[in-house]
Ligand binder design. Structure first.
Ligand code: SF4
Ligand code: SF4
Ligand code: SF4
Length: 319
C-alpha cells in the first residue's frame, strides 16, 4: 500500500515558495475599492496547497448568508407532472459535505500520488462565477443575473425552481429547495417546484466594500480576491514558482475563480457525487450554437418575466 504524506510535509519539500506569492491585505483592500468602481471583474484565487480543511470558511458562509436560506412551507403542493421531484433539504441543514440550498460552500477531499506517495488535499468548492455564465444566459425566467463585478446570483424572489441553471452548469452547482418562492403563489402545481440556491459571492458584503465571508475568515489565507488581470498574473506567478497547475482560466470559457494546485487536475482523485462536482476539463457551454441561439431568444422574454416577478413581489409586500 502506498504511504501517505501530509499536505504540510509535501509543501515543505516542494512548495516553500508559495508563501511569497500570497496576496497581502492590500490586495483585499484593492478588491474592496474595485467592487465599488466596477471597472473589471473580480476574480478569486484559491491556493489549494494552503488549505488545511478546517471548514472555518464553510461556517462563515452559513453565518453570513443564513438570512438568505429557504424557509419552506409544508406540506408541499402536489406537483403535475408527478415526475417533478420534491427536493427538501430543510431537515438536513447541517450537511456540510456537499452543496445544498443551505450549504453553498463545502470542502472536498482529494488525493494524488506523488513520487509513489499519497498526497492528501482539501479543496473549497462553490460556484465558479463563470465569465459568461450559462446559468444566467439560459435562465428562462430572468432570475439569474450577472453583476458588472463578475459575480452571478439567483434572485430567490423570481426563481421558479425549474433547475435549468443546474442543467446547463458544467459543475451542476445550483441546488433546489421545494416549498418556497414565487411558484407557490402563481403556479403551485406546474412550475419548477421551488427555488435554486448557490454562492452569490457575498454580494451584500462586496457592495459595502467588504470581502466575502469565506475569504475573510480563512486562517491560512487560501483565497484572495482582486481585479481579473491582476489575479490571472498572480495565479501564473504562483503556478510558475511552485510548479503548480491552474483550473478555471479556460474552463467553460473562463471563470472568475482560479484554483492553483500542486498537482495537475487530471491526477487529482476527488470525492465526487451529487452536489460534489468534479474538476475536469469542461467546454465552453455558451460557445455551443444552440445555447447561443437559445440565449438570444430567451433574453427579452426573461427580462419581461423578471420585471413581472419583481412587480408581483412588491405588490404582495404592500398588501
Ligand atoms: S477556512 Fe481556509 S484553510 Fe480552512 S477549509 Fe476554508 S479555505 Fe481551507
Ligand atoms: S459555475 Fe455554474 S452556477 Fe456558477 S456561474 Fe458558472 S454556470 Fe453558473
Ligand atoms: S463568497 Fe460568500 S456566499 Fe460564496 S461561498 Fe464564500 S461566504 Fe459563501
Amino acid at each position: 500500500m502506498a504511504s501517505k504524506i501530509s499536505r504540510r510535509a509535501f509543501l515543505k519539500g516542494s512548495f516553500t515558495a508559495a508563501g511569497s506569492v500570497a496576496v497581502s491585505s492590500s490586495v483585499v483592500k484593492a478588491a474592496a475599492s474595485l467592487a465599488k468602481e466596477e471597472t473589471e471583474p473580480l476574480v478569486t484565487l484559491i491556493d489549494i496547497s494552503k488549505c488545511i480543511g478546517c471548514e472555518e470558511c464553510v461556517y462563515a458562509c452559513r453565518e453570513s448568508d443564513v438570512a438568505k436560506y429557504p424557509a419552506p412551507e409544508k406540506p408541499f403542493p402536489k406537483m403535475f407532472p408527478k415526475r417533478v421531484p420534491v427536493q427538501d433539504w430543510s431537515d438536513k441543514r447541517d450537511e456540510t459535505d456537499r452543496l445544498t440550498p443551505y450549504n453553498w460552500l463545502f470542502i472536498q477531499p482529494a488525493t494524488a500520488m506523488v513520487n509513489g506517495e499519497e498526497l492528501e488535499l482539501t479543496i473549497p468548492r462553490r460556484c465558479m462565477h463563470c465569465e459568461n455564465p450559462p446559468c444566467v444566459k439560459l435562465c428562462p425566467w430572468g432570475a439569474a443575473k450577472q453583476e458588472p463585478n463578475g459575480l452571478s446570483r439567483i434572485d430567490a424572489d423570481i426563481c421558479l425552481g425549474g433547475s435549468k441553471c443546474k442543467a446547463v452548469c458544467p459543475w451542476n452547482v445550483p441546488q433546489r429547495q421545494t416549498g418556497v418562492g414565487l411558484y407557490l403563489d402563481i403556479l403551485p402545481s406546474l412550475a419548477g417546484n421551488g427555488v435554486m440556491y448557490k454562492c452569490d459571492r457575498c454580494y451584500q458584503r462586496l457592495e459595502k466594500g467588504e470581502t466575502p465571508a469565506c475569504i475573510e475568515i480563512c486562517p491560512e489565507n487560501v483565497q484572495t480576491i482582486g481585479p481579473r488581470s491582476k489575479m490571472i498574473k498572480q495565479a501564473h506567478a504562483l503556478a510558475k514558482q511552485t510548479g503548480g497547475y491552474i483550473y478555471g482560466e479556460t474552463e467553460n470559457g473562463g471563470t472568475n475563480t482560479l484554483y492553483v494546485s500542486p498537482v495537475s487536475f487530471d491526477q487529482l482523485i476527488l470525492e465526487t457525487g451529487k452536489g460534489q462536482p468534479a474538476m475536469e476539463e469542461v467546454e465552453n457551454m455558451m460557445a455551443d450554437g444552440s445555447n447561443l441561439a437559445r440565449a438570444m431568444l430567451i433574453a427579452p422574454i426573461a427580462g419581461a418575466l423578471a420585471a413581472f416577478g419583481k412587480f408581483y413581489k412588491r405588490v404582495k409586500e404592500e398588501d
